[in-house]
Design a protein around this ligand. Structure first.
Ligand SMILES: [Zn+2]
Length: 294
């Protein structure tokens, strides 16, 4: 009886893991899910020189690879290490068109920063880069996220943007419009890897969910957590605000896998992902603070 229960539990968790995977979308800004076969020990995998997430169990391992918006189309290679053997596995990246958005920012300095701002911007970029490239061996507790804030999506991921008619980096996250003070909650369990008040992003929190899966929350009015703190799923990390470069209160939410910013909607259940997108011009630009263009 005990054995049957154990088997049922094992099967259940295997199914849960399979269901948990983000929506596979091998496009720039998407996720490639690559079968690595059955092996007693988890294979390790690298894409573009970076460790990538591997999930599953001895019957079926899968690499979950983040593809940034600059990913070249066509055949790409994943390096896979199984025990002592290293192999290469190919996968194809196909095209995806993202819409264009034009935004007017009143604070000209937030579009063309002054020389004195650049030093601060570079320091903050380095801090965020360190957090985005942080690797923790533990697998995430879940690959399916709840919404970090309650509200309509005001700006989708991937928009090609112009600020005051100047081309800037594409939108590297999903914006959720909500009144200032709305609680922002961890969409899955994770550790706080960075907390700061950044030039473009305003009050910012970054969470490490394990195996290179990092999430970012910007423009917060209030921050309720400290660096290295562990958050359970649903715990409050701060509240919605409009700090940094933002035209009004909203949450900018980025999801990063192997240091590639990818569409957060891929980690939501289909009904959440297809929720109303209204075209209210909320804005921010966390991409700018990662790689300032001036
Ligand atoms: Zn945004």
């Amino acid at each position: 009886m005990k054995r049957i229960l154990l088997l049922a539990l094992l099967l259940h968790s295997a199914c849960a893991m399979a269901l948990d995977l983000p929506a596979a979308a091998p496009v720039p800004g998407g996720v490639a899910v690559i079968d690595l076969g059955s092996h007693a020990v988890a294979p390790r995998a690298w894409y573009a020189g970076k460790r990538v997430m591997v999930v599953g169990d001895a019957r079926q391992w899968q690499a979950v690879v983040g593809l940034n918006l600059d990913t070249p189309l066509g055949a790409r290679e994943l390096r896979v290490q199984i025990a002592a053997a290293t192999t290469t596995q190919r996968f194809a990246v196909r095209a995806k068109e993202y819409a264009t958005q034009r935004i007017t920012i009143k604070d000209q300095r937030k579009v063309q920063p002054l020389a004195q701002d650049l030093k601060r911007i570079r320091r903050e970029s380095a801090e965020m880069r360190a957090a985005f490239t942080h690797w923790r061996e533990d697998a995430p507790q879940s690959l399916q996220f709840s919404l970090p804030a309650d509200g309509p999506f005001s700006s989708p991921f991937g928009l090609r943007r112009f600020f005051n008619d100047l081309p800037r980096r594409p939108h590297s996250g999903l914006d959720i419009a909500a009144p200032a003070g709305t609680p922002v909650r961890a969409p899955a369990a994770g550790r706080v890897v960075a907390v700061g008040d950044y030039f473009f992003n305003g009050n910012t929190v970054m969470l490490d969910h394990g195996q290179g899966l990092i999430t970012l929350y910007c423009h917060l009015q209030r921050i309720d957590v400290k660096k290295d703190q562990w958050l359970e799923h649903g715990e409050t990390l701060g509240s919605v605000g409009s700090t940094g470069r933002a035209t009004g209160p909203h949450l900018h939410w980025s999801v990063s896998l192997n240091n590639a910013r990818i569409d957060p909607a891929l980690f939501l259940t289909a009904d959440l992902a297809s929720r109303n997108e209204n075209k209210r011009g909320s804005d921010d630009t966390q991409g700018q603070s990662e790689e300032p263009s001036p």
